[in-house]
Ligand binder design. Sequence first.
Ligand code: NAP
Length: 480
Amino acid sequence: MEKLRNFIDGNYQEPLTKEYLENFEPATGKVYCMIPNSGTEDVELAVQSAEKAYPIWSKMSNDERSKILVRLSEGIEARMDEFVQAESRDNGKPLSLAAHVDIPRAVSNFQFFATAILHYASESHNMEGVGINYTLRKPFGIVGCISPWNLPLYLFSWKIAPALAAGNCVIAKPSEVTPYTAYLLGQVAKDAGMPDGVLNILHGEGSTVGDAIVKHPKIKAISFTGGTKTGEYIARTAAPMFKKLSLELGGKNPNIIFADCDWKEMMSTTLLSSFANQGQICLCGSRIFVQREVYDKFKEEFVAKVEKTVVSYPADPKAKLGAVVSKSHMEKVLSYVKIAEEDGGIILTGGKQVKLDAPYENGYYLRPTVIEGLSFDCRANQEEIFGPVVTITPFDTEEEVLMMANSTDFGLSATLWTSNIKRAHRMANEIQAGIIWINAWLVRDLRTPFGGVKSSGVGREGGWEALRFFTEPKNVFVKY
Ligand code: NAP
């Protein structure tokens, strides 16, 4: 069976621990490769190689770094099919999703930051007759990037690209559940001419190798995307070491539908915002609020469409939903369906595992699920399920839906469907979230700030925000 290796100092290496973990294919439920179960000693080795590489990388001109990152993005593009197959196999997502979203967006992330760094400027502040301040923005040195399993290469590259573009050396850890495309990335970086030790990719468990990255005194900043609980742990651990932190955490996003919306567009987009990637996108709108006068119409149409949604193995061109990422995650999602039922919820459709024919009979497939009849403050409406499960709830007034939308601890994104422009702006201003889409979902402009409020995170990614995160400002004053 294939054994993945860590990418340290420009070479693929066995973990110093000599230990490996099983990696499961969600579509079949079978182990298909082994990944390093790296430990503190592997992190130490990666830090030593990054320390050696830092003077070379940070002193390189922006232009040279940019060229290497452009070549890296082209390298992924050239191996598009291999990356798409790997992402789909590792995660369980339909091939079509990996081909149209995950890998092209990873390519764009590298392209974007490769060129953004050429336009990145720092400030100067003139003091009339006194002197002038100019602000330098310097890379940190070594930074840690830790990413989750739902959009593996896409979110991995969203961190690594700005960190590298700004001149840092990186110690990165993909999720142990979806390591494969990060594994492939090492070779692409080498082929692109990235100096050895600039990008180090370690595999293994969050609680060991992830923890060692967070705790290493020479790693000065941590960019983390994942669950709120893990984020809280990382904040608690890293704060006393005065590390800079960017935490992109969970969501429980409202999707608010007014009667005056463009119905057709709302309906097709709501199917996506509910169930794309098996509902495993932090931005999915898992709480759907519908104005009462169109609630029954919505329910009937939406449920009928959900029932027609094809759940199948990832390579099936008809598959709209593939497998969820792991057995334990499937069980977690099903446990929330049970909790919702116990709280008085009515399962309008779904709520069950799907058994496919061999060789997929042990894969982790779930029917997309729609639940109604729940109070806004029950567990299924307050806690992140992160699977193909949505609740639908009627509302009467703007005030009522705002109260329900803002009632959770989370505040990542929100979607609003209305043709009333005044209401759209008014509500966008009132909803507690870092990202608001009006009559749209998942439209991304890489220049815009990305991140959440409340328990959905601290800090922003994207555009200048990311380059600011990965640099330290240093102000210099010169007297006239
Ligand atoms: P997770 O369990 O928090 O893990 C995220 C990453 O952190 C993984 O690489 C994980 O490694 C690692 N990790 C776990 N414990 C750690 C520790 N003690 N120290 C350092 N690293 C540690 O999250 P997940 O289940 O992979 O991802 C799903 C969550 O991510 C959801 O809550 C979702 O909303 C959130 N998410 C947020 C955004 C956003 O932009 N806000 C985007 C996507 C996903 P292992 O895999 O080895 O445990």
